[in-house]
Write a protein that binds this ligand. Structure first.
Ligand SMILES: Cc1cc2nc3c(=O)[nH]c(=O)nc-3n(C[C@H](O)[C@H](O)[C@H](O)COP(=O)(O)OP(=O)(O)OC[C@H]3O[C@@H](n4cnc5c(N)ncnc54)[C@H](O)[C@@H]3O)c2cc1C
Ligand code: SF4
Length: 326
């Protein structure tokens, strides 16, 4: 039964304990909200119909930013704008600041938060539509229907992870801190994301993501975030990636590549070449990524073009990361 929320109340807890209490009290009738830049459009599209929104914006414990220790700690309600503008983040995690700078547009970055970005719902050309539009098509597996219009025969939603911080954080082996009534737990971001577009993370309904922990990169580690989108001023990614590697005396060591906006979760590409940083190495890395990445029609852009852009973005990432090191 489709119900579109026309009213909801907003609770504004001022501590984590209060937020957890409210989550427990309202259960399935409630949803957490941070900046609301993803949740509110989805409510308007009839994807959720909460009676209560529990806002995290006034919970001081969630605003941490510690770049002095190891790991770095970034609180869940740290603003995307704050990350994008921070010289300290730029020095510690340049690829993360670059990703934050390319999220949406200025107004959305002012409202949006890191936690909201990490927990961003998956996107698909068939789901991010009005309820009327989706109803005309008979809805789909992700909400109210039984067919996937992308795979047609598939029984799993393949909507795309579209959060720009995710590949960067995964390439830096980040962990997420989750807090719920059973206590706190820490998960590698790699294990936090699951391959199901209906719900692509391991967060339980009564849990709050409190912080992201990122191991301090070593002095020779360099990284670059690259994004493909229609309009640089605002759009979601059609493809994004983060490449990180150690650059020692012109040699690439321990390269890591995470590619996203393709499927329900970011994908780590294994087996990248090590050795002297030259055209041959960059070409080999791009060819490997191209072989492994096969975009779907879950996003409204030509799949062949998105795939052909994989080695292009890989080459740009090598150039930017090595340039930053120089
Ligand atoms: C026009 C437009 C363009 C956009 N472009 C981009 C883009 O280019 N790249 C990109 O990455 N995003 C983009 N976004 C999406 C969004 O603006 C950002 O991802 C933003 O960072 C989301 O953060 P938020 O705090 O607003 O999330 P919210 O909308 O508040 O929350 C998103 C989801 O996360 C959950 N949540 C939030 N915080 C927590 C927490 N601490 N613990 C547990 N669950 C939590 C919410 O319940 C909700 O399900 C765009 C949005 C719009 C409308
Ligand atoms: S991938 Fe399929 S099931 Fe998932 S949102 Fe798109 S059409 Fe719906």
């Amino acid at each position: 039964m489709l119900r579109i929320a026309d009213t909801f109340v907003v609770e504004n807890p001022t501590s984590l304990d209060e937020a957890l209490y409210l989550l427990d009290r309202f259960g399935e009738r409630a949803r957490l909200v941070a900046g609301g830049t993803d949740l509110l459009p989805n409510i308007k599209h009839g994807l959720h119909a909460p009676e209560v929104l529990i806002s995290l914006k006034r919970v001081p414990e969630l605003r941490a930013l510690d770049l002095d220790g190891d790991p770095f700690v970034l609180g869940a309600t740290l603003g995307i704008h704050e990350i994008a503008q921070s010289d300290a983040v730029g020095a510690a995690l340049p690829a993360l600041r670059s990703a934050a700078r390319q999220i949406a547009g200025p107004q959305l970055r002012r409202m949006g938060t890191l936690g909201g970005n990490v927990c961003l719902d998956t996107r698909c050309v068939y789901i991010n539509q009005s309820a009327f539009w989706r109803g005309a098509l008979g809805y789909c597996l992700k909400k109210d229907g039984d067919t996937c219009h992308v795979t047609v025969v598939g029984k799993k939603c393949v909507a795309a992870a579209s959060n720009d911080t995710a590949p960067v954080l995964m390439a830096h082996d980040a962990q997420v801190e989750l807090l719920g009534p059973r206590g706190a737990r820490t998960l590698a971001l790699e294990d936090f994301y699951v391959n199901d577009g209906e719900k692509n993370n391991a967060l339980e309904p009564d849990e709050i993501l409190t912080a992201v922990r990122v191991p301090r990169p070593g002095p020779t580690r360099v990284a670059s975030f690259q994004k493909l989108r229609v309009r640089d001023a605002i759009d979601f990614p059609l493809l994004n990636l983060c490449l990180a590697f150690d650059l020692v005396d012109g040699q690439v060591k321990a390269p890591t590549l995470v590619v996203s906006a393709i499927a329900a979760r970011p994908r780590r590409i294994k087996g990248l070449p090590e050795g002297p940083l030259n055209d041959d190495l960059v070409r080999a890395a791009g060819e490997l990524a191209h072989k492994k990445i096969r975009p779907l029609t879950n996003i409204d852009a030509d799949v062949a073009w998105r795939r052909e852009m994989v080695p292009v973005l890989v080459a740009r990432a090598f150039a930017e990361a090595a340039g930053g090191a120089a």
